[in-house]
Write a protein that binds this ligand. Structure first.
Ligand code: TRP
Length: 334
C-alpha cells in the first residue's frame, strides 16, 4: 500500500426539502466516482438546518430519507464516510474557536445571510449569522483539499479559506486551505416552471422540481408541462431560450451526449419530442434508484449501522484536528 495519503473531499447537504434531479445531476452523480482518488466525507448538516425552524419529526425523517437516497444513488458507505453533522460534536466546538477568527463585517457581507434574513425576517438568529463559520469548521476539521459545491456556495468557501489562512498565520500550519470543486458546465439544472432560477429542493411550487422519489407518471406530467417558448426550434441558448436549454442540459447530463450532437439530433423536431425523451430518460434513471431506496428504507438496522460507522470514522479524524487546534491555542490538554 502506498504511504502517500489520499487527499480529502468533503461536502454537505441540508436535510430539508426533498432531493431533486438537480441535486442528482449537479452533485451526487459527480461524487460517485471520487472515492477512487480521494477520501470522501459526505454529511447531512442538521446543525445548519436548524438555523431556520424545522419540524422535529420531519427533520428526523429527512435525515433518514436523504441517507437512504445517497446510498440508493450509488454512494457506497464502504467507500465513503456518510454521516450526520450533529453526531460529531467537534463541528460545534471548532465553530466556536473559528468565531474568534471571523469578523462581523465578513459575515455581514455574505449574500446567503442577506437572502435568508430577508426571507425569515421574524427569526434572524445568531446561528443564521454564524452559519458560514460552522461550514468552515465542517471543512477544516477534515483537512479537506477539495469541496464540491454549487456556485451559490463559492462565497462561503472563500471565507473558509480566509479563516484558515488567518488561523495558520497566527498559530502555524494547522489547517489545509481548501479549494472548491465546481461541477461541470450544464450540470446546473433550473426549475421547470422558472428556468431562470436553480431547481430548488425546498421551493413552494410542486411542479417546478422533479423529486427523486416522484412517481413516473408525475415526472412525465411535470416535464410535459415545463415552460418553453413559442419559437419551436430546439437549440441551446440560455439567454433567449432558458426552458428549452434546461431540457437540453438535462438530456446532455442524462445521456452523456454533447450539446452539438443533441442539437443536430433534434433539428426540425418539436418540443413534445424533446420532452418525451427527457421524461423517458429521467424515469429510466430513477426507477432502479427508487427500488433500491425502498429496500434500504426497509432495513432500519442497516441505516443505523451506516450512521454509527460514519460517525465513528468522522469523529476519529475530527478529534485529531480539534486536538491540534486546542494545543495551538494553548488550552491545557485534558
Ligand atoms: N451551506 C451548504 C449549502 O447550503 C451546505 C454545507 C454545510 C456544506 N457545510 C458544508 C457544503 C461543508 C460543503 C461543505 O449547500
Amino acid at each position: 500500500m502506498s504511504v502517500e495519503k489520499r487527499p480529502t473531499v468533503l461536502s454537505g447537504i441540508q436535510p430539508s426539502g426533498r432531493l431533486t434531479i438537480g441535486n442528482y445531476l449537479g452533485a451526487l452523480k459527480h461524487w460517485l466516482g471520487l472515492h477512487d482518488q480521494f477520501d470522501c466525507y459526505y454529511m447531512l448538516v442538521d446543525l445548519h438546518a436548524i438555523t431556520v425552524r424545522q419540524d422535529p419529526a420531519l427533520l428526523r425523517e429527512r435525515c433518514h430519507e436523504f441517507l437512504a437516497l445517497y446510498i440508493a444513488c450509488g454512494l457506497d458507505p464502504r467507500h465513503n464516510v456518510l454521516f450526520v453533522q450533529s453526531h460529531v460534536p467537534q463541528h460545534a466546538e471548532l465553530a466556536w474557536v473559528l468565531n474568534t477568527f471571523t469578523q462581523m463585517g465578513e459575515l455581514n457581507r455574505m449574500t446567503q445571510f442577506k437572502d435568508k434574513s430577508a426571507k425569515h425576517a421574524d427569526n434572524i438568529n445568531a446561528g443564521l449569522f454564524g452559519y458560514p463559520v460552522l461550514m468552515a469548521a465542517d471543512i477544516l476539521l477534515y483537512q479537506a483539499e477539495r469541496v464540491p459545491v454549487g456556485d451559490d456556495q463559492k462565497q462561503h468557501l472563500e471565507l473558509t479559506r480566509d479563516i484558515a489562512l488567518r488561523f495558520n498565520n497566527v498559530h502555524g500550519p494547522v489547517f489545509t486551505v481548501p479549494e472548491p470543486m465546481i461541477p461541470p458546465v450544464g450540470a446546473r439544472i433550473m426549475g421547470l416552471q422558472t428556468p431562470t432560477a436553480k431547481m430548488s429542493k425546498s421551493g413552494d411550487a410542486e411542479t417546478d422540481a422533479i423529486y427523486l422519489l416522484d412517481e413516473p407518471a408525475v415526472i412525465t406530467r411535470k416535464i410535459k408541462r415545463a415552460v418553453t417558448d413559442t419559437e419551436n426550434a430546439i437549440r441551446f441558448d440560455v439567454a433567449n431560450k432558458p426552458g428549452v436549454s434546461n431540457l437540453l442540459s438535462m438530456l446532455a447530463a442524462l445521456s452523456d451526449e454533447t450539446m452539438p450532437a443533441l442539437e443536430a439530433r433534434f433539428d426540425g423536431k418539436g418540443y413534445g419530442h424533446l420532452k418525451g425523451e427527457v421524461a423517458e430518460r429521467v424515469v429510466a434513471l430513477l426507477e432502479p434508484i427508487q427500488a433500491r431506496y425502498h429496500e434500504v428504507r426497509a432495513a432500519p438496522d442497516y441505516l443505523q449501522q451506516v450512521l454509527r460507522d460514519g460517525a465513528a470514522r468522522a469523529t476519529k479524524k475530527a478529534a485529531i484536528t480539534l486536538g491540534r487546534v486546542h494545543d495551538a491555542l494553548g488550552f491545557i490538554p485534558r
